[in-house]
Design a binder for this molecule. Structure first.
Ligand code: C2E
Ligand code: MG
Ligand code: MG
Length: 390
């Protein structure tokens, strides 16, 4: 029996929309508009339950309590029309009951976000062939990802980051791609989650860093000294030897830690905080810059933010892209900028797709910007040309 998506929401329209979103990426679905009927459903351990918190009669919180009693490690996605605080506390409650919360969604629901959560969870269930091929974003197989790394099929594209007051290029973000021999260029969303779930991130990050350092050297020869930002995963900050490994690699490539920013997504930080804190502090002491990526999508508490020595805060591109039409997104972006500055961090906005958004961010005092409006991520040699033609 495969993974089934079970939707529990009293609003039938919403439930049907969720079901459609899940079926587009290859899942079978089942809708319940009454919690009581759902509780009579025979659950399989691979099922994913999308649970609306506010329902008449038995609400989502009561469902969580009942589910915890039957001891199945069901994966839950919590949904709420209330503010994010409600979702956050419900998530904490579910975790306290040993339930696995794989995502939270506030209404109006962002469908691509939901699909990503489902696919990621699905990858961890070890994909069955059939579902693989019906997925819109086909996830790679673990052995293919190993091959991509060992056969050097990964390549790096670079996206310029500009100083928003001077418009100078201050650095680049390195974004990995996979040049598949048959399928062409594959984006990280299709293989990073697979690498993460299969313990391949140490290898992958090592490969990326090596490639970045090589490209950086080549740019230096052409007179272009660029600060490079690299994305790292949760896995990377659980190995205590990481700071020393990085230092050794940098040393071999005549690069200083102050030339490198390590980007860590906000949601990563919710895991094993003690080990991460140890490693992140030592990285900072060695001179690396640390950036908190996709800020606004996780729930890092202000005290975490204060305890971890971040030098940079990156506003999630979702908020930035929505800024033109969405007052709330503007308020969030503005608050992130103020918060970052209060905590002595530089603030970067990614996902700037228009001059209008750029101008609003400048008026809010945002320090750095990147996005399609400035340039798309590109290969190392194109970046050199791009920079020379400015
Ligand atoms: P991220 O670190 O938040 O990277 C920014 C993403 O936003 C990139 O997607 C970039 O192409 C995209 N982007 C930039 N400007 C715009 C814009 O104006 N509009 C839109 N719609 N998108 C924009 P990409 O390259 O697909 O990477 C997705 C994610 O994959 C990254 O998000 C990062 O979390 C992860 N990733 C990429 N490379 C690596 C890597 O080497 N290691 C790890 N651990 N993760 C990586
Ligand atoms: Mg990033
Ligand atoms: Mg980001």
């Amino acid at each position: 029996m495969g993974t089934e998506i079970i939707i529990v929401d009293d609003d039938r329209l919403v439930a049907e929309m969720l079901a459609t979103a899940a079926s587009i990426v290859g899942f079978n679905t089942h809708i319940y508009t009454h919690a009581i009927d759902f509780l009579a459903h025979d659950l399989d351990r691979q099922d994913i339950v999308l649970l609306d918190l506010s329902m008449p009669g038995i609400d989502g919180i009561e469902v969580i309590r009942t589910l915890s009693a039957n001891k199945l490690p069901i994966a839950l996605v919590l949904i709420s029309g209330h503010d994010r605080g409600v979702l956050h506390s419900a998530e904490q409650l579910a975790k306290a009951h040993s339930l696995k919360v794989i995502g939270t969604l506030s209404k109006p629901i962002q469908i691509p976000h939901l699909q990503r959560i489902l696919l990621k969870q699905f990858a961890s269930f070890r994909a069955t062939k059939k579902l693989y091929h019906s997925c819109e974003i086909a996830l790679a197989k673990p052995e293919e990802v190993v091959q991509a790394i060992t056969q050097e099929q990964l390549l790096i594209h670079y996206q310029p980051v500009l100083d928003m007051t001077t418009c100078d290029m201050v650095g680049v973000e390195a974004l990995v791609r996979w040049q598949h021999p048959e399928q062409g260029l594959i984006f990280p969303d299709a293989f990073i989650p697979v690498a993460e779930q299969n313990g391949l991130m140490e290898q992958l990050t090592g490969y990326v860093l090596g490639a970045v350092l090589k490209d950086r050297q080549a740019w230096l020869k052409e007179g272009l000294a660029l600060h490079c930002s690299i994305n790292i995963s949760a896995d990377n900050i659980t190995s205590l030897g990481l700071p020393e490994q990085l230092m050794a690699l940098l040393h071999k490539n005549q690069c200083e830690p102050s030339d490198i920013t390590l980007e860590i997504t906000e949601s990563t930080l919710m895991g094993e905080l003690v080990t991460s804190l140890d490693i992140l502090t030592r990285l900072r002491m060695k001179g690396f810059s640390l950036s908190i990526d996709d800020f606004g999508t996780g729930y890092s508490s202000l005290s975490h933010l204060h305890r971890i020595p971040f030098t940079e805060l990156k506003i999630d591109r979702g908020f930035v892209m929505d800024m033109v039409n969405d007052e709330e997104a503007r308020a969030i972006a503005k608050t992130c900028i103020m918060l970052g500055h209060e905590l002595d961090m530089k603030v970067v906005a990614e996902g700037i797709e228009s001059q209008e958004i750029w101008d609003i961010l400048v008026s809010y005092g945002c320090d750095f910007g990147q996005g399609y409006h400035i340039a798309r991520p590109m290969p190392a040699d194109s970046l050199l040309e791009w920079s020379q033609s400015r």
